[in-house]
Ligand binder design. Structure first.
Ligand code: GLA
Length: 854
């Protein structure tokens, strides 16, 4: 393990009886733990020392990790953490939580103590607890055992906190994993005192089995990159060189300081801003130049590896999986050279390992992690794994070094609570049996860990995926705008025909309302509403899709075609479970979301009362063609989207000759003054923490240069996030406009037209949606959005009446970068069909689980 506080010396691979943290817990503390949490170590495919430079990294979670068996300590005097570790047999460490501060705890216990401190500093009270730690990560091998220890502790403490809600005040809200990663990193940076980046904690908390995690350390956006070397008959070998890796010895901090100095001298905020090695070459200092060159090149290599892993295979086999892995191997070797020569952090055992592995047929190899010790990652054809092992072992023997240790590196799932092991549970063993097998230092295939139960809803949705996509494509081909969408309505009615639904259609608009009454409580259960909007935009499509819009000037550029198809899919899925459904579901298929307030019309036509009783909750999904990777959900408690109102102004002056403005009353400078005054209004009259956006998007006056016109007109949009600010806008904007006109002796008509209210997610419903996503889709699939979105939504009218949540779903095609992909409403926006089954499943899961809650 990295850093000053390693979790003990490396237990020997053989000859040591495997002891689980559950057993350790019982033997040290007596009694049963409340649970056992596992956090994996990580390997890093590409991107070394790029994380603290705001760059890219591509790590993956290992099968090996740290387990924490823990139990809360209720009662008075309970604000103590009592820690023990199998790798530190002598010591049981007692830490008082009250008054805990950096510097008070040293050695391995500083990591868990630091996590408790950072959790409390972030406003998450920590309960007193007894925690027993075990690890099958070799210490000092650069596999991030310190981050794994932090993350296992963080999950255990927050898991425990959730069991004692009243005491902890956590209100049952799971801490988003991204935030937990930041908390664990803070523990390491500020409590332990090692200035690491965010890569290791993110890998442990956000990875997915079978994937590498692309993390942009500047935006903290992540995407899962499928990574399955076995499919190309390749093997990843982790070779522990046995040269102990330490982060706390100063070299790591020195490299970081050098990078920061290089950025400073180049006048950029971080080395991420450099895109070519030539920019690094501007540095006069040769050392700083080399450091910067490595960072630029390794950032690019991360993107190159991601591109290779995402590249479609050429049909004739010119670019076969083997070619891809050979190219990735080449990049690994280049990265090693850069780390050795430019960053100067390699060590003799690593150089010898890389050399021997390449000579024995590896596709490529490189040192991994912080440097000066630890492991090498080699990518080898499966047939060459044996020869590579032999060659490296022989090289070590020639130098009389301690023989290397070989570990399999299987891209595995992120940190999680382990399920109770069957059988031994009678004796209270809570650690998965195959995790114990992991003590032999061989990663186990992910499927063999007994963990979360499989959720059939997702499988059922996946089976419907083809059908849902077909409906989506049909809707996409024939887009309709506004409140009257007869063709779309017909397609929806067709998709729902034959299902056990009560269907009604709208009067003033072509809506469809479908009610499904469950059989379990014969009409007595609660009602949940699911909304999907159906309308398109006045955009001429330029995507070139095979099912692109056949209607010039109309396009499903906001993905409502996906919403409609997913909601129809969810209706089908839920109808199949009608007999077991403990309540009623209203499916709201809504026209006119794009500026026509279709939801308000449907409410006035009675959609909220369609089941005979008001819904207890309402949910809507919205896809996005950029920002979120495909399949990622995002929501937040409180304001989710802005209120959007329109300001319409006409300034009345008196026209005349442009050469004699004093004989006319020129409306143009007065209107221009109003445009600028809006920005002063925004900053001087509104709380910066309750923001406002006013944008004048249309300004018209006059006909030519030498005539002063009679009038100037402009339109502005006003966005706000609270009812109070919105009300102030409605009052202050007309006053400002009138006042400016008057002060120039002119007159202005001003209209503040209220359009869509703020879309406010109910805190409990947003937490419920977040928990449903985590439980149904596994870790790393949902994020809590840090900020609301400045767009607006007419689902706000529904949420004004019924508590609920609005959830975004990433649908960016995997070959596009979510950061730069064309946005919703663009003629080029693409939404991937892969999101369809996921959205369908979430709609169904939200209804099923919410109805079950009552
Ligand atoms: C250590 C740190 C990481 C990262 C790597 C080098 O593992 O913990 O944050 O900087 O070194 O890539």
């Amino acid at each position: 393990m990295e850093g000053a506080g390693e979790v003990g010396g490396a237990p020997e691979a053989s000859g040591t009886a495997p002891v689980s943290s559950g057993e350790l817990f019982r033997s040290r503390f007596g009694g049963e733990p409340d649970g056992v949490w596992l956090a994996p170590g990580r390997a890093n495919l590409m991107g070394e020392h790029t994380d603290y430079n705001d760059g890219y990294v591509l790590p993956f979670a290992l099968g090996q990790g740290v387990t924490a068996a823990a139990a809360g300590r209720p009662g008075p005097g309970s604000r103590q953490l009592t820690l023990c570790s199998r790798q530190e047999p002598a010591a049981t460490v007692q830490i008082a939580l009250d008054g805990l501060a950096p510097g008070q705890v040293t050695g391995w216990a500083a990591y868990p103590a630091g996590v408790a401190w950072a959790l409390e500093a972030a406003g998450y009270p920590v309960p007193g607890a007894c925690i027993a730690i075990d690890s099958d990560l070799p210490a000092g091998a650069g596999l991030s055992s310190s981050a794994a220890l932090e993350c296992a502790t963080a999950l255990a403490l927050t898991g425990l906190a959730q069991t004692g809600l009243a005491q902890t005040g956590l209100a049952g809200q799971a801490i988003p994993r991204r935030e937990l990663a930041a908390i664990a990193r803070r523990a390491e940076n500020e409590f332990v005192g090692v200035p690491t980046g965010i890569m290791d904690q993110s890998a442990s908390l956000l990875s997915q089995a079978g994937h590498a995690l692309l993390l942009d350390c500047r935006s903290l956006d992540t995407s899962q990159v499928p990574f399955d070397p076995a499919a190309a008959e390749a093997t990843l070998l982790l070779i522990n060189t046995r040269a102990k890796h330490e982060l706390s010895d100063g070299e790591y901090g020195q490299r970081r300081a050098e990078c920061e100095e290089a950025a400073r001298r180049l006048g950029v905020s971080s080395l991420r801003s450099l895109t070519t090695p030539a920019e690094a070459d501007k540095l006069a200092d040769p050392v700083l130049r080399r450091r910067a060159r490595h960072v630029v090149a390794d950032n690019q290599r991360v993107l190159d590896v991601v591109a290779l892993l995402s590249a479609p295979l050429a049909p004739s086999g010119q670019h076969s999986p083997v070619d891809i892995y050979r190219d990735i191997g080449q990049l690994l070797t280049e990265s090693h050279a850069s780390l050795r020569d430019d960053f100067e952090i390699s060590w003799p055992e690593a150089d010898a390992t890389v050399e021997a592995a390449l000579a024995a047929g590896a596709f490529g190899a490189r040192m991994m992690g912080g440097g000066f010790g630890g492991s090498v990652l080699a990518l080898v054809p499966a047939t060459a794994a044996g020869p590579v092992r032999d060659a490296v072992t022989a090289a070590f023997a020639r130098h009389a070094w301690t023989p290397p240790e070989f570990l399999d590196a299987v891209p595995s799932a992120s940190a999680r609570r382990l399920a109770l092991a069957p059988g031994p549970r009678a004796q209270g063993d809570m650690v998965a049996p195959d995790h114990r097998a992991g003590l032999s230092r061989r990663a186990q295939p992910e499927a063999r860990r007994p963990e979360e139960e499989t959720v059939p809803v997702r499988d059922e949705a996946a089976k419907l995926a083809g059908e849902i996509a077909e409906l989506r494509h049909a809707i996409h081909r024939e887009p309709e705008i506004g409140l009257d969408l007869p063709k779309t309505q017909a397609k929806v009615l067709d998709a729902l025909s034959g299902l056990p639904l009560e269907i009604s259609t709208g009067q003033a608009l072509s809506s469809v309302t479908a009610v499904l009454r469950g059989g379990r409580r014969s009409g007595a259960g609660p009602v949940v509403l699911l909304r999907g909007d159906m309308d398109a935009l006045p955009v001429t499509e330029e995507t070139g899709l095979p099912y692109a819009s056949a209607v010039p000037g109309a396009m499903h550029a906001c993905g409502h075609d996906l919403h409609t198809a997913m909601l129809a899919g969810a209706a089908k899925l839920l109808c199949a479970r009608q007999a077991d459904l403990p309540g009623t579901v209203i499916f709201m298929f809504q026209p006119g979301e794009e500026g026509y307030a279709g939801a308000r019309h449907m409410i006035s036509e009675g959609v909220l009362d369609a089941a005979g009783q008001r819904p207890v909750a309402a949910y809507a999904l919205h896809v996005t063609s950029n920002k979120l990777p495909c399949g990622m959900f995002s929501t937040r408690p409180g304001p989710m989207l802005a209120a959007a109102d329109q300001i319409r102004v006409t300034v009345h002056g008196r026209g005349g000759h442009a050469s004699q403005p004093h004989r006319a009353a020129d409306p143009i400078p007065v209107a221009a003054e109003m445009v600028l005054a809006f920005q002063t209004l925004v900053t001087r009259k509104f709380d910066v923490f309750d923001p406002i956006v006013i944008t004048v998007g249309s300004f018209h006056a006059g006909t030519t240069d030498n005539v002063i016109p009679d009038r100037a007109r402009f339109l502005a949009t006003a966005r706000s996030y609270s009812a109070a600010s919105r009300a102030s806008l409605a009052e202050l904007v007309p006053r400002l406009i009138k006042g400016i006109a008057l002060s120039h002796g002119l007159h202005a008509d001003v209209e503040y037209a209220a359009e869509y209210p703020v879309t406010v997610n109910d805190a409990a419903e947003a937490a419920f949606a977040t928990a449903t996503i985590a439980d149904a889709f596994g870790p790393g699939r949902g994020e809590t959005a840090e900020f609301p979105i400045t767009g607006a939504e007419d689902f706000s009218f529904v949420l004004n009446e019924v508590p609920g949540a609005f959830v975004f779903l990433g649908a960016c095609p995997p070959d596009r970068d979510p950061e730069s992909a064309p946005t919703n409403h663009s003629a080029l926006a693409l939404f991937d069909d892969a999101a369809l089954a996921e959205g369908t499943a979430l709609y169904a899961e939200l209804a099923l689980r919410r109805l079950a809650q009552g």
